[in-house]
Design a protein around this ligand. Sequence first.
Ligand SMILES: [Zn+2]
Length: 103
Amino acid sequence: MRVLSTPEWRQQSQLLDERNRLQGLLGELRAAATSRGDYEPHDVTDDEAAMQADVIEARIAGIDGALERIESGVYGLCRACGTAITEARLEALPATTTCRECA
Ligand SMILES: [Zn+2]
Protein backbone atom coordinates (compact mmCIF):
# COMPACT_ATOMS: atom_id res chain seq x y z
CA MET A 1 0.00 0.00 0.00
CA ARG A 2 1.25 3.42 -1.02
CA VAL A 3 1.62 6.25 1.50
CA LEU A 4 -1.05 8.78 0.60
CA SER A 5 -0.53 12.54 0.43
CA THR A 6 -2.77 14.71 2.61
CA PRO A 7 -5.26 15.68 -0.15
CA GLU A 8 -5.46 12.03 -1.25
CA TRP A 9 -6.04 10.95 2.31
CA ARG A 10 -8.79 13.58 2.71
CA GLN A 11 -10.49 12.46 -0.51
CA GLN A 12 -10.20 8.83 0.52
CA SER A 13 -11.87 9.37 3.89
CA GLN A 14 -14.59 11.48 2.24
CA LEU A 15 -15.23 8.71 -0.30
CA LEU A 16 -15.29 6.02 2.40
CA ASP A 17 -17.80 8.05 4.45
CA GLU A 18 -20.03 8.44 1.39
CA ARG A 19 -19.66 4.73 0.61
CA ASN A 20 -20.73 3.78 4.14
CA ARG A 21 -23.72 6.12 3.91
CA LEU A 22 -24.84 4.67 0.55
CA GLN A 23 -24.36 1.12 1.76
CA GLY A 24 -26.58 1.89 4.76
CA LEU A 25 -29.27 3.25 2.41
CA LEU A 26 -28.96 0.17 0.23
CA GLY A 27 -29.38 -2.08 3.28
CA GLU A 28 -32.52 -0.19 4.27
CA LEU A 29 -34.00 -0.49 0.76
CA ARG A 30 -33.24 -4.22 0.67
CA ALA A 31 -34.67 -4.77 4.16
CA ALA A 32 -37.87 -2.89 3.24
CA ALA A 33 -38.28 -4.97 0.07
CA THR A 34 -37.62 -8.25 1.90
CA SER A 35 -40.01 -7.53 4.76
CA ARG A 36 -42.84 -7.17 2.26
CA GLY A 37 -42.17 -10.71 1.12
CA ASP A 38 -42.09 -12.43 -2.25
CA TYR A 39 -45.79 -13.31 -2.23
CA GLU A 40 -46.99 -9.73 -2.28
CA PRO A 41 -47.88 -8.45 -5.74
CA HIS A 42 -45.16 -6.09 -6.95
CA ASP A 43 -46.41 -2.56 -6.91
CA VAL A 44 -44.94 0.76 -8.06
CA THR A 45 -43.21 1.27 -4.73
CA ASP A 46 -41.18 -1.93 -5.17
CA ASP A 47 -40.10 -0.81 -8.64
CA GLU A 48 -39.06 2.56 -7.26
CA ALA A 49 -37.09 0.90 -4.49
CA ALA A 50 -35.38 -1.35 -7.05
CA MET A 51 -34.53 1.65 -9.23
CA GLN A 52 -33.16 3.56 -6.25
CA ALA A 53 -31.10 0.52 -5.29
CA ASP A 54 -29.66 0.39 -8.85
CA VAL A 55 -28.73 4.08 -8.70
CA ILE A 56 -27.07 3.62 -5.30
CA GLU A 57 -25.18 0.53 -6.49
CA ALA A 58 -23.87 2.47 -9.49
CA ARG A 59 -22.70 5.26 -7.19
CA ILE A 60 -20.95 2.77 -4.90
CA ALA A 61 -19.22 1.27 -7.98
CA GLY A 62 -18.10 4.79 -8.96
CA ILE A 63 -16.72 5.38 -5.46
CA ASP A 64 -14.87 2.02 -5.56
CA GLY A 65 -13.29 3.09 -8.85
CA ALA A 66 -12.21 6.40 -7.30
CA LEU A 67 -10.72 4.58 -4.29
CA GLU A 68 -8.73 2.34 -6.65
CA ARG A 69 -7.46 5.40 -8.53
CA ILE A 70 -6.34 6.95 -5.23
CA GLU A 71 -4.42 3.74 -4.43
CA SER A 72 -2.72 3.73 -7.83
CA GLY A 73 -1.95 7.46 -7.66
CA VAL A 74 -4.00 8.57 -10.67
CA TYR A 75 -6.94 10.00 -8.76
CA GLY A 76 -7.93 13.50 -9.84
CA LEU A 77 -6.49 13.13 -13.33
CA CYS A 78 -8.88 13.31 -16.27
CA ARG A 79 -9.25 9.90 -17.94
CA ALA A 80 -9.73 11.52 -21.34
CA CYS A 81 -7.08 14.27 -21.50
CA GLY A 82 -4.89 13.55 -18.46
CA THR A 83 -5.00 17.05 -16.96
CA ALA A 84 -5.69 17.55 -13.25
CA ILE A 85 -9.37 17.87 -12.37
CA THR A 86 -10.03 21.01 -10.29
CA GLU A 87 -10.43 20.59 -6.55
CA ALA A 88 -13.88 22.23 -6.67
CA ARG A 89 -15.07 19.66 -9.19
CA LEU A 90 -13.69 16.78 -7.10
CA GLU A 91 -15.38 18.18 -4.00
CA ALA A 92 -18.72 18.23 -5.84
CA LEU A 93 -18.23 14.95 -7.74
CA PRO A 94 -15.64 12.87 -5.86
CA ALA A 95 -16.10 9.86 -8.15
CA THR A 96 -15.72 11.78 -11.42
CA THR A 97 -13.14 10.52 -13.95
CA THR A 98 -13.15 13.48 -16.36
CA CYS A 99 -12.40 17.20 -16.18
CA ARG A 100 -15.13 19.73 -16.89
CA GLU A 101 -14.06 20.15 -20.51
CA CYS A 102 -14.20 16.42 -21.26
CA ALA A 103 -17.37 15.64 -19.26
ZN1 LIG B 1 -10.16 16.24 -19.68
